[in-house]
Write a protein that binds this ligand. Structure first.
Ligand code: SF4
Length: 397
């Protein structure tokens, strides 16, 4: 039996770090104040990293920090001091792309993982990174099942693979579309997602009438269908993409993969793929998804060519911020409109999901109301079962 893989979730801020861990992640990755790749994300301050690490370690979980930009000479000077700060925060590893960081990280005593930004797809490259002192390689999203198996067979090193989230139309770390078209450096956290834009098509300087706009936009990645195969490959860490995503997204994706991994390990012989989980993941996404390169072929079904499709999702109804076990009321902070009679479900950390029909809603003055339609409105909803804080209410799926 293979070891249970680590479930690794993105943490865009402290709230999402805590949600990811409470909903079942074994580890989280986040961007610090310097040298990370998400310039537009609310990156963590060193104080927040310290608090996040403390929270994670108390629960036996790990925290990795991205230090994965392409570095310029002038940045080298500040590197050692920054890495010393990360070491003092007791982070479990840093994720790098630029090899210049490795000796400095070792000097201050930090473990080093190699970012997917290096687009590593073969065992000789993995051997090289191992020789340089990297303890884990994040394999490129373009890897097939055979590629991963081959690498596993040739090199004894931890492998991390993406299981869910957005894809690039280019190899990660190789795309400069954003740099040229918007002067924003995608390999330094500034990607403006040009590949998802719509472009008019021209032939011989004439706009092609009747053609829909062209896009390079890929569909997303979802490995739910092939998760047992991934487990049997012996992959050490399953990574979820999305440091810019909402708490609802993080809670939903992490809890689904947590349940699937645990149920596979509980009874491998009788494990069955469940369409319901796929539906939950699909409802949470704003694009369709496929297993992308995993089956060894990359076909037309993996990409949108004519006009991207972005689905908007209003399933997330509210967060449970309190529960009174004497009255059976859950205090809920609204995220999307709901009303009396709606069939809803509540899912939460370490609790079974349950569904019910809303029969009673009280406003802030404990007056009965029929609809909740103000953003962040705090109301009480009668629930049939005990719920924990930070559970979430969504439309029935
Ligand atoms: S433009 Fe698209 S393919 Fe290029 S880095 Fe950004 S998301 Fe990736």
């Amino acid at each position: 039996m293979k070891n249970k893989p680590e479930l690794l979730a993105p943490a865009g801020d402290l709230e999402r770090l805590k949600i990811a861990i409470l909903y079942g992640a074994d580890a989280v990755y986040l961007g610090g104040p310097m040298f990370g790749l998400r310039a537009n994300a609310n990156n963590f301050s060193l104080e927040e990293i310290k608090e996040g690490v403390l929270f994670a370690h108390e629960k036996g979980k790990k925290v990795y920090v991205t230090v994965n930009i392409v570095m310029h000479n002038k940045e080298l000077e500040a590197l050692e001091t920054y890495l010393k700060h990360l070491k003092e925060c007791q982070v479990d590893a840093i994720i790098i792309s630029d090899p210049a960081i490795i000796p400095v990280a070792h000097k201050v005593g930090l473990e080093v993982h190699l970012s997917t930004q290096q687009s590593t797809l073969n065992y000789e490259a993995v051997k090289l990174w191992k020789a340089l002192g990297v303890t884990r390689v994040v394999i490129a999203r373009e890897a097939s099942e055979a590629d991963i198996a081959d690498i596993k067979n040739h090199v004894a090193i931890e492998l991390e693979c993406f299981i869910h989230g957005a894809m690039c139309a280019s190899y990660s770390g190789r795309c400069v579309l954003s740099n040229f078209l918007t002067a924003r450096d995608s390999n330094r956290g500034g990607c403006s997602q040009i590949c998802r834009w719509d472009f008019d098509l021209y032939g011989d300087d004439e706009k092609l009438e009747g053609e829909k706009p062209f896009t390079f936009c890929t569909k997303d990645l979802s490995m739910l269908k092939v998760l047992p195969k991934m487990i049997e490959l012996g992959i050490d860490s399953f990574k979820i993409e999305g440091r810019m995503r909402s708490i609802y997204y993080i809670a939903t994706i992490v809890s689904v993969y947590r349940k699937v991994i645990d149920s596979y390990f509980k009874d491998k012989e009788h494990y069955q793929y469940q369409e319901r989980y796929e539906q939950i993941l699909t409802n949470c996404a704003n694009r369709e998804s496929t297993v992308q390169f995993f089956n060894g072929s990359y076909g037309v079904e993996a990409q949108y060519y004519n006009g991207r499709i972005e689905l908007s999702n209003q399933d997330f109804l509210g967060v449970i911020i309190d529960y009174d076990d004497e009255t059976g009321y859950a205090t809920i902070e609204e995220r999307n409109y709901f009303k009396l009679g709606d069939q809803v479900e509540i899912f939460g950390p370490e609790k079974e999901t349950f569904s019910f029909k809303i029969t009673e809603i009280l406003d802030e003055e404990n007056q009965k109301i029929e609809v909740v339609n103000h953003p962040l409105q705090v109301v009480k909803v009668k629930v049939p079962k005990e719920v924990t804080k930070l559970s979430m209410m969504r439309k029935n799926i």
